[in-house]
Ligand binder design. Structure first.
Ligand code: F3S
Length: 291
């Protein structure tokens, strides 16, 4: 069947300022240093991390005695770890400036309130670092992902902030529930606008297409969130991480076309904030050639 494919890329999609900056800093580090490490994965994109490994960059999960140059990941690290690394190695801080800002907010809220609530994903590196900042400032810290998570918490004086990649919807619902409790509280929305813009554009596009594709790491919180949001608008939403999955994706899209007995397909593409432009172009070209 001859298929007429219309491919549209979401207005705001793919690598954000913080990710591009982290990759530039890492590449600079590679050209200027013999041994380069990243503390944790520099960004949540396995394809990028594999490419860096091929260029000799290794991921470490604790400060290393042997020195070298350590690039701090875009999600940030706790102040204790940063200090430890700086004692042993040269440090290049690739923490996204918006994450840095959230760390300052976590510290301030921790100083001004007895309790701090972080709306985010438990165990995510950015959240772990925010927890450290608020705890070091003296507060009791809770990580929640939705309003119902605070039902059993004994709150009395609370500062509220967010992981930068959370949805405004989740953050607002938690903040509203806390305000309703009538306890002393201070709300600081630290969601990055890049995330919100990608979410808005992805939803707008998903509403209008037959098939929606979300490209990016399965370990990327903002990418999986884009997938969830798109899936609500477009039943045929797929999440792909790497080019080896493209063939299978094309088969699935063809099956959808056959079921609908249609030879016209409108495909939308969005990508997480940790997905470089080159990967989006690779996907677009593959679809244009193979659908
Ligand atoms: Fe930074 Fe926002 Fe990207 S926090 S890493 S610019 S999604």
């Amino acid at each position: 069947m001859l298929t007429n494919v219309n491919i549209t890329i979401a207005k705001h999609a793919g690598a954000c300022y913080g990710v591009n900056r982290a990759l530039e800093l890492t590449n600079e580090a590679i050209s200027e240093n013999d041994e380069v490490f990243t503390y944790g994965e520099i960004i949540h994109n396995p394809v990028v991390v594999e490419n860096l490994r091929e260029n000799g960059v290794r991921v470490i999960d604790k400060p290393r005695e042997e020195g070298g140059c350590v690039v701090l990941r875009s999600h940030g690290v706790s102040p204790q770890i940063e200090e430890e690394i700086a004692k042993l190695s040269k440090v290049i801080d690739a923490t996204c400036p918006f994450v840095k800002k959230a760390q300052v907010v976590a510290k301030k809220l921790g100083e001004n309130h007895k309790q701090v609530i972080i709306v985010g994903e438990q165990g995510h590196p950015e959240v772990e670092a925010l927890v450290s900042y608020a705890k070091l400032a003296g507060a009791e810290v809770f990580v929640v992902s939705k309003a119902s998570d605070i039902s059993n918490l004994d709150l009395f004086d609370v500062g509220i902030l967010s992981q930068t990649t959370q949805s405004n919807e989740a953050f607002d619902s938690v903040a509203k529930r806390i305000a309703e409790k009538g306890v002393r509280h201070e709300i600081k929305n630290t969601i990055c606008s890049a995330t919100a813009m990608r979410q808005k554009s992805a939803i707008e596009l998903a509403e209008t297409v037959d098939v929606m594709i979300v490209l990016g790491g399965r370990n990327s919180a903002n990418t999986t969130r884009l997938f969830d949001l798109c899936k609500r608008e477009c039943d045929s939403t797929f999440h792909v991480e790497r080019s080896s999955e493209f063939e299978e994706l094309v088969c699935q899209i063809k099956e959808i076309l056959e079921d609908r007995q249609s030879c016209v397909v409108n495909v939308g593409i969005t990508a997480g904030a940790s997905t470089p432009e080159s990967q989006i172009e690779e996907l677009r070209e593959f679809l244009e050639t193979n659908l």
